[in-house]
Design a protein around this ligand. Structure first.
Ligand code: ZN
Length: 252
């Protein structure tokens, strides 16, 4: 419910332009953390693909399926893919994402997408839809660039909180932390965060990143690279700089 309050605040204060910021980069580049920061500063709606999928899996009844055009996607099959560390079906993911994007846009909200679209095929479904709703000039794509060995190190050591899925980075200050500093809920490792699974995810990311980047350039989207191999606050500063002078911190 917190996210809805933020968005309402933003609208009451007359920010007319609806923007969409896409954070793109390998697992562990800090997309989720930066998305949370951006959402707090600008009252954007933070739409995370993992959360959309995990909500679907959590709420689905046994035998549930999603029908898209003439195809049928059993939810259990998609969950099995995710558990193996491979991406869910493009159509399944894009369908759930576009549905949420339309809802968010319809409520007059700006949007942050962290890690979506994840592949060229997904971009081909989601980007025209996003462009239709938000307009190309209001879409900013930020590539959080991180070396492979950093991706593996960060992911195999990170934890998330039970309540809000805040990502707790592996830094010495966090080593003895038992509970989330933001909401007090317990910290846990996800099944997705063992080294072998991370290597699979990283390989998948690398295979899809180049065609995605090419797609964004060919379609003349506003794409900027950000060095993610630095402190969270420095990455955030670089993001703000990349978004240009139109982005001012909203003061309550
Ligand atoms: Zn938390």
């Amino acid at each position: 419910m917190k996210i809805f309050n933020r968005a309402i605040l933003k609208n009451l204060n007359g920010n007319q332009i609806q923007k969409a910021i896409l954070l793109f980069g390998p697992p562990g580049a800090g997309k989720g953390t930066q998305a949370e920061l951006l959402a707090s500063k600008f009252y954007f709606y933070n739409l995370d693909t993992s959360r959309v999928l995990e909500e679907k899996f959590k709420n689905a009844k046994p035998g549930a399926q999603v029908k898209i055009h003439n195809a049928v996607y059993p939810v259990a099959d998609e969950l099995a893919k995710r558990k193996k560390g491979v991406l869910c079906s493009v159509e399944f993911t894009a369908f759930l994402m576009n549905k949420r994007i339309a809802e968010i846009h319809g409520l007059g909200k700006s949007l942050i997408l962290s890690g979506s679209p994840r592949s060229l095929a997904e971009a081909e479904i989601e980007m025209p839809f996003l462009e239709e709703l938000y307009g190309k000039e209001n879409i900013h794509i930020l590539f959080l660039d991180l070396p492979a060995e950093q991706t593996i190190f960060r992911n195999s050591n990170r934890r998330i909180c039970e309540l809000m899925r805040h990502s707790i980075l592996y830094i010495p200050e966090n080593a003895n932390l038992k509970r989330c500093p933001l909401d007090g809920s317990r910290l846990m490792h996800r099944d997705l965060d063992n080294v072998e699974t991370i290597k699979v995810r990283l390989e998948e990311f690398e295979q899809t990143a180049a065609p995605l980047e090419d797609y964004y350039r060919r379609h003349e989207y506003n794409l900027k690279k950000i060095n993610a191999d630095q402190y969270v606050e420095n990455v955030f500063d670089d993001i703000i700089a990349a978004l240009g002078p139109g982005f001012k911190v909203y003061e309550m």
